[in-house]
Design a binder for this molecule. Structure first.
Ligand code: ADP
Ligand code: MG
Length: 259
């Protein structure tokens, strides 16, 4: 059986600047894989290439064995992408938006309506089903976005900075949702600079800094690599990313705490 996600020599350049410098990565089915790194490390750039909305300068993305460059429709249909900067149609209601996204994937009819209602119920959005997204709070938009990424029944969920802006209850629902998704054979790839999220959720991790993977493995393996037996992930992260990234990381953490 094919891997859930394979990246080979994945690279993105903007002129002279290399945002992502030749990443090789394999994610097995049923894994929650964490992509951890400070601001500007190249997480969003990598994820946008995985989602097929940013063209790599070099390298390959394969989703469930489907090559993103050769079979974009096949690869994309297997992915549910939850972006860090959501775009929602303000003048649609929540229900209309979910139906619209389902229709884009070619799904229509009573089964879709059932799924729409199920997600709205799960995120306590049922009373808002017919209200315009215009009037939704940030957290409600986030929840709608998560629902829209799952509406076409993808095999792989790709999440960019998932917990930002979610209230504790919704963060908990998202965690449970991801956990039950992988229990049923799905796969999750998530980027975060929140160490607690990575540590609590992920089976395996890769740490990215300056567009390169500098460490990878299970928590136990990362501990070994950092030669920091028994250390908390935060210490490992600080140890392997070193000097200037620590300042960046602290800025990001402060941003998260204040935001
Ligand atoms: N369109 C772009 N043009 C030029 N540089 C970019 C562009 N998009 C991202 N970058 C740069 O690429 C690097 C990685 O960015 P990004 O992938 O957003 O990092 P992260 O998500 O890890 O914070 C950053 O230095 C960023 O400024
Ligand atoms: Mg980012």
């Amino acid at each position: 059986m094919s891997l859930a996600l394979e990246l080979e020599g994945l690279e993105k350049r903007y002129g002279e600047f290399a945002a992502v410098k030749g990443i090789d990565l394999s994610v097995e089915r049923g894994e929650i894989f964490g992509f951890l790194g400070p601001n500007g490390a190249g997480k969003t750039t990598t994820i946008r290439m995985i989602a097929g909305i940013l063209e790599p300068t070099a390298g390959t993305v394969r989703v469930g064995g489907r090559d993103m460059a050769r079979d974009p429709a096949g690869a994309k249909a297997r992915i549910g992408y939850i972006p860090d900067r959501p775009f929602l149609y303000e003048k649609l209601s929540g229900g209309e938006f979910l139906r619209f996204v389902a229709a884009l994937w070619g799904h229509q009819g009573p089964r879709v309506e059932e799924r729409v209602d199920r997600f709205l119920e799960l995120f306590s959005l049922t009373p808002w089903k017919d209200e315009l997204i215009d009037s939704y709070s940030h957290g409600m938009r986030q929840k709608l976005l998560i629902s829209s990424a799952l509406i076409h029944d993808p095999e792989l969920i790709v999440v960019d900075e998932p917990m930002v802006g979610l209230d504790p209850r919704s963060a908990r629902i998202l965690k449970d949702l991801l956990a039950s998704f992988v229990e049923r054979g799905g796969t999750v790839f998530l980027s975060t600079h929140t160490l607690e999220v990575a540590e609590a959720l992920c089976h395996r991790l890769a740490i990215i800094a300056h567009g390169e993977i500098i460490a990878r493995g299970t928590m136990a393996e990362l501990r070994h690599q950092a030669d920091a037996g028994g250390a908390h992930l935060e210490e490992i992260f600080l140890k392997v990313t070193g000097g200037d990234e620590v300042a960046d990381l602290m800025d990001s953490l402060r941003g998260v705490l204040e935001g």
